[in-house]
Design a protein around this ligand. Structure first.
Ligand SMILES: [Zn+2]
Length: 319
């Protein structure tokens, strides 16, 4: 009877609820702004309403739903289901989200941080299908990661595993959001690429006309997407910035390849937008820096689920 699940994707700007069948096909979706500034009580009530609405829109009874999966920014405790103050959700301090949802809907709830849930979704439905050891890395405002080994998310001692973006590459490098210096995230996230690009434009004005034009003439408006666009046009400065990004990413991935020996490393967002322009030099660096056997085994590819990732991340937890 219970052939459906609900997925909840909680982000700092939007909430999404979906109903899916157990094969991961999304039947419908409700999406609303999080309005994080209104606090956790508002969001909790909104989420409850959205889940009820999604089930109703699917033409289902509540009894047809077997489980709820929740993908949410961490830190959080997957066993107790308590969310601990994610940076993009002010006021969500020690929120017992799992137990709140379980008492409202009277079905099991699984909660997971969004990077781990995304890794599991790629493993189940995307680029990781058919592999045993899958490493997923986001490359957007931050660099997050999730490790799936033999079908299970690797959580570590207290749900803190997979922080691939906070491996330190340059101890005297740029300050990272975590408070340390020279983390991979401080070198290769979208904002970090923009920072390096802006510095290069400032120091090398004469060769920065393409980048500067793409950014509307304002150095402080130079973004990672301008770097990719200029590099596609063959701009030398932008190509150097892409090479540099690929070098740090490849270095970081090589460290992980030596430790985890993954079958595949799937890279999200910026890597998807850049494609082989970024992936090929990353592959080259990994093959140079990683040890021979794990380097021979690993594939490095763009993540595949694209826009559907958030919804499928939540669903992957319960199918
Ligand atoms: Zn860091």
């Amino acid at each position: 009877m219970k052939k459906h699940v609900v997925g909840i994707d909680i982000g700092g700007t939007k909430l999404a609820t979906v109903v899916a069948d157990t094969a991961g096909n999304i039947l419908n979706k409700v999406r609303k702004p999080t309005l994080a500034e209104r606090g956790p009580e508002y969001a909790r009530q909104l989420l409850f309403d959205m889940v009820h609405e999604t089930i109703e829109l699917a033409g289902l009874e509540r009894t047809a739903i077997s489980a709820i999966g929740v993908s949410c920014g961490g830190p959080l405790d997957t066993k107790t289901g308590i969310v601990y103050s994610p940076p993009n959700l002010p006021g969500w301090d020690a929120l017992p989200l799992k137990s709140q949802l379980e008492s409202e809907f009277e079905i099991p709830v699984t909660i997971e941080n969004d990077a781990n849930a995304s890794a599991l979704a790629e493993y189940r439905f995307g680029g990781g299908r058919g592999y045993n050891a899958v490493l997923y890395m986001t490359m957007s405002t931050g660099i997050g990661g999730g490790i799936v080994l033999d079908g299970q998310v690797y959580h570590g001692a207290n749900d803190s595993a997979g922080e691939v973006g906070h491996q330190i590459l340059l101890p005297d490098g740029p300050l990272c959001g975590c408070g340390k210096r020279g983390c991979l995230e401080a070198l290769c996230s979208g904002p970090a690429i923009a920072r390096r690009a802006q510095a290069a434009v400032r120091n090398e004005k004469a060769s920065a006309t393409t980048l500067l034009d793409l950014a509307g003439g304002h150095i402080e408006s130079v973004r990672s997407e301008h770097v990719l666009e200029a590099a596609r046009q063959g701009d030398a400065l932008a190509l150097r910035l892409v090479e540099e990004t690929a070098y740090y990413m490849g270095w970081g991935i090589a460290n992980l390849v030596n430790i985890l020996n993954p079958d595949i490393v799937l890279l999200g967002t910026i890597a998807i937008a850049a494609g082989d322009l970024l992936l090929n030099p990353i592959r080259k660096t990994v093959s140079e820096f990683a040890m021979t056997r794990p380097a021979e085994a690993v594939k490095i590819a763009p993540a595949q689920l694209g826009e559907a990732l958030g919804d499928l991340a939540a669903v992957a937890l319960v199918v």
